[in-house]
Each structure stands twice: as structure tokens, then as C-alpha cells.
Design a protein around this ligand. Structure first.
Ligand SMILES: [Zn+2]
Ligand SMILES: [Zn+2]
Length: 273
């Protein structure tokens, strides 16, 4: 029993470190250290106040506890032979390994779109997904700021995949890193991709920070996670998505250029949401 508790705690520690390693440096860089220089890339030209950020962190750590419990349960199931996971890398070809990583990402992208749409359904939204939408101007800390029920829905893709097809732990590791990176980027609040990105024949299929930021601002559009496929198929992209993206890229003012700068906060628009 003690061993189980220790292992669970260790899993929670690793997941927490991953969250801190992705969100922490980006927050420090964009919201503290280079705040003035990067202001022109800020999608919404204002900053959330500290209670909003603390709420994002609090809910994220709660979600990570749920992720750790599910992750550890999968470990126990695998140990007892209940999953399709394989640990001997040579059991399957390298081509299959690459296929499994891509399949994991694409299936998750579709799973996220469907469950996200479901969580925006009126009878469910106020009780579950509203927690994530309390961030109308999110920071990287919002990456896992979910209601516990939503955290269960989000992490359920892992048990689904390990029962569905043979998956190596490295497949999950690569997916976890990609997923965390894209999730943190979606909540960054700053647009880093170049002008024209949402119009280019190839890059338009990838979502951007602006895409998810607009989801937090306007709520009823832009539901996708990694790719801009399902929002196009189901017609749920915000009609002004490209326009908004280009508006951010056309800005040239740093925070120090904005008039009436007071303690690092521009007074051209309300300082806080
Ligand atoms: Zn949503
Ligand atoms: Zn979000």
C-alpha cells in the first residue's frame, strides 16, 4: 500500500515538473522578463490579474492529480496484461512506431474536438467546462485548468488508445510532450507564428495561439486542438480568425511605445480583464 502511494506521488511529481517546465519559463519570458518587448505580440492587449493566474495554477495541479491516478492505473493494468502496450521496442517495426505516434495525435485531435463540442452543450457547460472558460484572457498556466470531470474526459484518451492498439511507452511520451507543448502554446496569449500562417496552403492546417485565444474570448467557435481540420469540416472556425491573426502580426508597438505606461501596464485599454 505504501509502495503504491509512493509510486502515485512520484507520477504526480513528474507530471507537475512537466507542467512547470513548459509553462514556467514561457510565463517568465513573456509576462515578466520581456513583457515590454513582446507586448506587440500579445493577442489581447491587456494582462490578467494575479487571482486569475492563481486559479489557473490551482485547477491545473488538481487536474494533474487526476492524470497521475489514471496514468498509474494504466501502469497496473499493463503489468497485469490488460492493455495492448508493448515494452520491447523490437516487437513492432520502426514504421509501426511512427504510425502509432501519428495515430495517437490524430485520433486525440478528433477525440478532443468531439468532447470539447459536447462540453459546450448547454446542459453540461455551466457545470464542467465553465471552469476552463473562467480564463477569458489565458496564460500558459491555464493549460490544464479544468474541472475534475473535464480532466477525467481529457485523460481518457490514454486508456482508450492503449486498449485500442499496440502502443510503446515512448509513443505516449512523445504524444505527452507534443500535447503539452501545443496546449501551453494555445494558452500562451502571444502569437509567435509569422504573418500569412493561417492562409498558407500547408500551415493553415495547424492551429495557432490566436485560434485558441479567440476560443477563450468568444467561447462559441474555434474548438480544435492541434489541427485546423475539424473546425473547417464542421464550419466552427471564427469568421474573423485570419483577420484577427493578421491584426496581431501587423502591430509594431512595444509596451514602452504605448503612451501613459504605468508600472508596466498599458492604459490604452483596461489593464485587467
Ligand atoms: Zn471551450
Ligand atoms: Zn483553453
Amino acid at each position: 500500500m505504501e509502495e503504491i502511494a509512493l509510486r502515485l506521488l512520484k507520477t504526480y511529481g513528474i507530471l507537475s515538473l512537466r507542467y512547470l517546465a513548459f509553462a514556467g519559463p514561457l510565463y517568465l519570458l513573456f509576462y515578466v522578463w520581456k513583457k515590454r518587448d513582446f507586448f506587440k505580440f500579445k493577442i489581447q492587449q491587456k494582462y490578467p490579474d494575479n487571482p486569475h493566474i492563481f486559479r489557473e495554477i490551482k485547477y491545473s495541479f488538481l487536474s494533474l492529480a487526476i492524470f497521475a491516478t489514471v496514468g498509474f492505473s494504466i501502469f497496473l493494468l499493463r503489468k497485469n496484461g490488460y492493455t495492448q502496450m508493448y515494452t520491447n521496442f523490437s516487437d513492432y517495426s520502426v514504421a509501426y512506431f511512427i504510425f502509432s505516434v501519428l495515430a495517437f495525435i490524430f485520433i486525440h485531435d478528433f477525440y478532443f474536438y468531439l468532447t470539447h463540442r459536447l462540453m459546450h452543450w448547454k446542459p453540461i457547460y455551466p457545470y464542467v467546462h465553465k471552469v476552463h472558460h473562467m480564463s477569458t484572457n489565458p496564460t500558459p498556466w491555464a493549460a490544464f485548468a479544468f474541472h475534475p470531470l473535464e480532466a477525467i474526459v481529457e485523460v481518457s484518451i490514454v486508456p482508450i488508445m492503449v486498449f485500442l492498439m499496440p502502443v510503446h511507452p515512448y509513443t505516449i511520451l512523445i504524444w505527452v510532450l507534443y500535447q503539452t507543448g501545443m496546449n501551453v502554446l494555445g494558452h500562451l496569449g502571444f502569437e509567435l507564428f509569422p504573418a500569412g500562417f493561417t492562409n498558407n496552403w500547408l500551415t493553415k492546417w495547424s492551429n495557432t495561439s490566436t485560434h485558441h485565444n479567440m476560443h477563450h474570448k468568444y467561447v462559441t467557435s474555434n474548438y480544435g486542438l492541434y489541427f485546423n481540420i475539424w473546425d473547417r469540416v464542421f464550419g466552427t472556425n471564427h469568421p474573423h480568425y485570419t483577420e484577427e491573426f493578421e491584426k496581431v502580426k501587423a502591430r509594431t508597438e512595444s509596451l514602452r511605445d504605448v503612451k501613459d505606461v504605468d508600472n508596466g501596464t498599458a492604459s490604452v485599454e483596461p489593464a485587467f480583464q
